[in-house]
Design a protein around this ligand. Structure first.
Ligand code: BDP
Length: 730
């Protein structure tokens, strides 16, 4: 009998946990606070709720707060009209809450908070202690509520609070590279370009009639980290999204997002007037074309009154654009800008362009085309620039365009999905990659003009500032394809809100909210997250190497890739030969891309001795026997970097294995599996790259540094694909 009961007990546990830990709840878990002392403190600080208001956004904030308090503190409060006891929680704006309108100190504090910021202050009201969450707008209150809940989720004291927070960037967007159904393979839900977490969340076939509950949960997740816009569709755009039917579908999504402060944007295909409108041309100066876009934009605003605007990929990788009609980026972007301006919309014109003719150095193209256009764009045009001059590599120097268009707002484009960093499965925490770029000094307006400052628009006094992250969200139950990939969605939002935040602090919050507040879990896991990006650089493309991935999927190694369009191949970028390896971009003997940077960056990169070694092979063609700072040769250091990357993954495995008792079995097993794949990948990267480069260097791999397990022919045949997800190839 005892045995039978035990069996049923086990059965109950396993079914419970199987549904409980599927990753759906992201960082918004709201499990009961486990620290007894803090739980008691929280209960003492929150005894009464005063939260009037019935706008959609305040209702969303009230609902979130109620859910949070119920979960974290097993507390359900009926809102009251005025403070009667110690421990009141008062939330709202001066317009929604009489209590807040009457607090001089809060109104003063709110001056700093701006339109989307908030304050959380401990105050005395009629001799009673109270916590106030206040903002100038409803959405600010929602952000404040999320932060207040975060304090408890991460087990911080809430006894004496004096927090003022506001976003440092105005447009904080996620760009979904989601295709429409049938755009790629005839299926009902769209695939996602470079998406590794299933298919598109937007169930276009069922919209607008059926609204998936996931749209709201998606918007909640975005709002919890301050994301305030979503481009629903792929930059490789489909004209169909501009048809009346699809506009209605997009409007239904916008209705769900609106209470959470998330605006809807779309991608626009430049040739739509021809393909959809039946016009003879899409020439941006043609009056009929102007009328077509103006009408289309008015049609969108009629059903989505707060539509954010368009992102446009023009004259890049085969997409049509103004150059197709003998015009330039300025005419193209301004066409949209004029039609969007009366509605307050913006156009994000991408600078990710490269010629149909293969150029001497693809990384120079964006600067060459856009730098001369500074000052010519309409005020609601934002030029959207990828973080590096190439394409979301594990490491690139910052794009020289940042700061090079002082009269034009420049928007950052990061990639949250890990196209070049091992898809959803590999553990690579991207905040350090983004911080490295944001913290880089452009010297555009003297020392200290970091990329972050350019993007924030303050040094150049722009009216608009923006940042976009290419989303890693799909319809997988865990949203991002793995638990640790959720950290990148989270970190992106936090950095978009405040680029000055630290990778470590963000990781700390995320681990606490997603896993546990147990310090013996947090510290080691945080450490492996923080070192994971450098590990990926080491085992994929160390010392400034770039674009050595396999063709198309970009998942595994393919340093030998050649043929087809030269500037999309690995050999174009590694330039390996009998002398050495690396792309010479110096002024005298190379492409002179260094000239696109401001001094002293230009001279630093131009000189092999002063170039930081992590960018060495980005800027220089370096002899195999070149003496590195360590005194070792380049060849030996290359080998050591691959080894370091592999060792780092082994360490991640060791740390994770030691966490088994601190994490639920589902998430433990998933990550254990993912790390085993990652180690295998790292070793494959080492074998593939070193054996291929060795055909040029003719130098041995010393036994002590570990010979690859197979020969080059083996690696060349082995095409690594993500073992967990089927990627939608271009
Ligand atoms: C590259 C991707 C490609 C995108 C392109 C872009 O490989 O799928 O369409 O960028 O940003 O990273 O337009």
């Amino acid at each position: 009998m005892k045995k039978l009961i035990f069996f049923f007990f086990l059965l109950a546990c396993s079914t419970l946990s199987a549904t409980a830990e599927d990753g759906y709840r992201l960082w918004l878990r709201y499990d009961k606070v486990s620290n007894k002392a803090l739980y008691d403190q929280y209960r003492l600080s929150i005894k009464q709720l005063i939260f009037p208001g019935n706008s959609a956004t305040l209702t969303a904030a009230q609902e979130e707060l109620a859910n949070g308090l119920k979960g974290l503190l097993t507390l359900e409060l009926t809102p009251q009209a005025s403070v009667t006891a110690n421990g009141a929680l008062i939330a709202g704006t001066p317009a929604s809450s009489k209590a807040i309108a009457g607090m001089a100190v809060i109104k003063t504090a709110l001056k700093e908070a701006g339109t989307e910021g908030y304050v959380i202050h401990t105050v005395m009201v009629n001799g009673k202690s109270a916590t106030v969450i206040a903002a100038n707008t409803d959405v600010g209150v929602l952000y404040g509520v999320f932060n207040f809940l975060k304090l408890m989720q991460t087990e911080k004291s809430i006894k004496t609070l004096a927090i003022t927070e506001y976003p440092h960037i105005q447009y904080r967007l996620l760009d979904h590279w989601d295709n429409l159904p049938g755009q790629r393979d005839g299926d009902k839900t769209g695939t996602i370009e470079r998406g590794y977490a299933g298919r598109s969340l937007w169930d276009w076939a069922k919209l607008p009639g059926t609204i998936s509950p996931r749209y709201k949960d998606y918007a909640r997740a975005d709002a919890s980290i301050g994301i305030n816009g979503a481009v629903l569709t792929n930059v490789n755009a489909n004209i169909q999204v501009l048809t009346p039917d699809y506009i209605k579908k997009a409007a239904a999504i916008a209705d769900v997002f609106r209470p959470y402060g998330v605006k809807v944007f779309l991608s626009a295909k430049f040739s739509a007037p021809v393909e959809l409108g039946g016009l003879k041309t899409a020439d941006p100066l043609d009056p009929e074309v102007i009328k077509w876009w103006t009408d289309k934009i008015n049609e969108i605003y009629a059903v989505i009154p707060d539509f954010g605007g368009f992102v446009v990929k023009a004259n890049s990788e085969g997409q049509p654009g103004p150059q197709t009609y003998g015009r330039g980026h300025v005419e193209g972007a301004n066409l949209f800008a004029d039609a969007l301006a009366p509605h307050g919309g913006i156009v994000m014109w991408r600078a990710f362009v490269y010629d149909n003719k293969v150029s001497e150095d693809r990384t120079m193209q964006a600067y060459k085309e856009f730098h001369p256009l500074d000052g010519k764009f309409k005020p609601n045009v934002v030029v959207q620039v990828k973080n590096g001059p190439l394409d979301f590599q594990p490491r690139e120097p910052f794009s020289p365009l940042f700061g090079a268009m002082p009269k034009t707002p420049e928007m950052m484009e990061f990639q949250v999905t890990k196209e070049y960093l091992g898809d959803a499965g590999n553990l690579v925490y991207l905040a350090p990659l983004w911080k490295e770029c944001l913290d880089s000094d452009t010297y555009a307006h003297g020392k200290g003009t970091t990329v972050a400052k350019i993007v924030e628009g303050k040094v150049e006094h722009h009216a608009i500032s923006g940042i976009a992250g290419v989303s890693n969200v799909g319809d997988d139950i865990d949203w991002c394809g793995s638990n640790f990939s959720q950290a990148n969605w989270y970190a992106y939002g936090r950095l978009a809100w405040k680029p000055e935040a630290s990778s470590a602090a963000i990781a700390d919050d995320w681990i606490r909210m997603t896993f546990t507040n147990d310090q013996s879990f947090i510290e080691p896991v945080k450490k492996i997250m923080l070192t994971s990006r450098e590990a990926a650089v080491d085992y994929m493309t160390p010392l400034g190497l770039h674009h050595q991935m396999s063709r198309g999927g970009h998942y595994g190694p393919g340093p030998w890739v050649t043929g087809g369009r030269a500037d999309q191949t690995s050999v174009y970028f590694n330039r390996a030969d009998s002398i050495g390896i690396g792309f010479d971009r110096t002024s005298k003997t190379g492409s002179n891309s260094v000239s696109q940077y401001f001094e002293p960056v230009r001279s630093i990169f131009n000189n092999i001795k002063t170039t930081p070694e992590e960018y060495l092979l980005w800027f220089h063609h370096v002899p195999w026997n070149y003496k590195m700072k360590s005194g070792k040769t380049l060849w030996i250091e290359l080998i050591e970097h691959y080894n370091k990357g592999i060792a780092a993954v082994k360490n991640m495995q060791k740390v994770w294995d030691s966490m088994e008792s601190k994490v639920d079995p589902e998430r433990f097993k998933e990550e254990k599996h993912n790390l085993a794949v990652q180690l295998d990948d790292a070793e494959t990267w080492k074998g593939s790259c070193l054996l291929y480069y060795q055909t040029f260097s003719k130098l041995p791999i010393p036994d002590a540094l570990g010979k690859p397990a197979h020969d080059l022919a083996y690696y060349q045949k082995l095409r690594l694909v993500d073992k967990r997800k089927l990627e939608s190839e271009k």
